[in-house]
Design a protein around this ligand. Structure first.
Ligand SMILES: [Zn+2]
Length: 425
């Protein structure tokens, strides 16, 4: 016996894991992949269909989900299971978190298997539950959503008297501005949440750390002039180029200062878009008056987003001082802090206590390379989060996305057992 749990709890946790129905995980994951839940203003599509499916399936299973819009046509689905012994003043609420939206499939003709067919290549003996589910969103993160839903059903079936509550939060717009989780928090749903499992594809590794992200517009203004007489104007492209080089130097100095984080690696300040002229038609013999740069900044523990923004502004002021009439305007329009959950948090301990039992191996630990909805639960509500879910870490957003269904079933078993361990502490 490797677990630190009391025998009674371990037995219930084991039974909750065993109660997960692999066929149910397969059905839900496949059903979700078949719904194209790309948010696309031009084509007028949203994740509403996938949210409706989640709510319908929960209702059919006897739960009472709440559906509320995070933005017009973009619903969140929230669903509680409270054991009969649950007392809000004494007992914990554990959240299972997921999102219904997926990124675009891009050009569907380059996919080997159609992205929304929900095709399954079954495993040995024709068993779909040990096979592979193909399609956009299969890994990121419809298999994770299916696992969370199946776990909820499994916990209810073995522990109707659970002294705790599970709150399923399946939200909209994770791939965009994360309006879903922000609305979930603003509407008070996170207030009672003591800990959250973020069911994103992380190869079922336990991730206590997530990288932070900053998104910035950098606008460089000069003075338009004839290409034959550049001395009559100010070239914003030169200013922008100097800025890019200075940002690279700043990145190098941060690498030197911080080294490589054990789970998150190095921080990055990456220029992703350069446009000049920023507006209007480009012409070879016209020096434009404005250039644009987008910066994608990824941060690690030890960095402070305000300090980074101040440093970028200092670089800009230096360059302005060297060139009269050159001007920079830097706008940070999204800031998602890095997260670091205490390894001694009870949520971490609960998951660790059942991990080997359920997964058949000691826990592996990892880091989340991007921000997730969990970022805001951690940053705005101080909620300890652990990101763990089925699917290869690098497969999201690629063509030919897939998930191994045995990993989704394993995740569901882990969620169910961890919930018992955490809520019957
Ligand atoms: Zn995701």
């Amino acid at each position: 016996m490797t677990s630190k749990l009391a025998p009674y709890t371990l037995d219930v946790a084991r039974r909750a894991a065993a109660a997960v129905d692999p066929a149910r995980v397969v059905e839900l994951a496949k059903g979700l992949v078949r719904i194209r839940s790309v948010f696309d203003e031009q084509r007028g599509t949203t994740e509403a269909g996938a949210a409706r499916y989640v709510a319908e399936q929960l209702r059919a299973a006897g739960f009472e989900p709440v559906v509320e819009e995070a933005a017009p046509g973009r619903p969140n689905v929230i669903c509680d299971f409270e054991g009969s012994a649950f007392d809000g003043a004494r007992h914990r609420t554990l959240m299972f978190e997921g999102h219904t939206d997926v990124v675009t499939e891009g050009d569907p003709t380059v996919w080997t298997i159609p992205p929304f067919a929900g095709q399954i290549d079954p495993g040995p003996g024709g068993d779909p539950a040990t096979g592979v589910l193909h399609g956009r969103g299969s890994a990121d993160m419809k298999a994770g959503v299916a696992a969370a839903m199946a776990a909820l059903e499994a916990v209810r079936s073995v522990a109707p008297d659970l002294p705790g509550r599970i709150r399923l939060g399946i939200v909209a717009d994770e791939e965009g501005m994360m309006l879903g989780i922000k609305s979930f928090i603003a509407n008070g749903w996170a207030d009672e949440v003591a800990g959250a499992i973020i069911c994103e594809p992380e190869e079922n590794e336990l991730c206590l750390f997530q990288k932070g992200a900053m998104r910035l517009h950098v606008r460089v203004y000069g003075v338009m002039s004839h290409g034959a007489m550049p001395y009559t104007g100010v070239n914003p492209l030169r200013g922008l180029a100097d800025f890019v080089v200075a940002v690279r130097d700043f990145e190098r100095s941060e690498h030197k200062r911080l080294g490589e984080h054990e789970y998150l690696g190095l921080p990055w300040l990456t220029p992703t878009i350069i446009k000049a002229p920023a507006r209007g038609e480009a012409q070879l013999n016209v020096m434009p008056d404005e250039a644009y740069l987008a910066l994608d900044v990824r941060t690690v523990p030890g960095q402070d987003h305000e300090v980074i923004e101040a440093e970028l502004n200092r670089i800009a002021r230096d360059l302005e001082a060297g060139t009269p009439r050159l001007r920079f305007v830097i706008e940070c329009f999204e800031s998602r802090p890095w997260t670091a959950t205490d390894p001694h948090d009870p949520l971490v301990a609960a998951i660790e206590s059942v991990y080997a039992e359920v997964m058949g191996r000691a826990p592996r630990y990892g880091g989340v390379p991007g921000a997730t909805d969990g970022t805001f639960l951690w940053a705005l509500k101080d909620i300890p989060i652990v990101t763990v879910g089925p699917g290869d870490r690098t497969i999201p957003h690629q063509v030919d996305e897939f998930v191994r269904l045995k990993d989704a079933v394993a995740a569901a078993r882990l969620y169910a057992a961890a919930a018992i361990a955490y809520l019957t502490h």
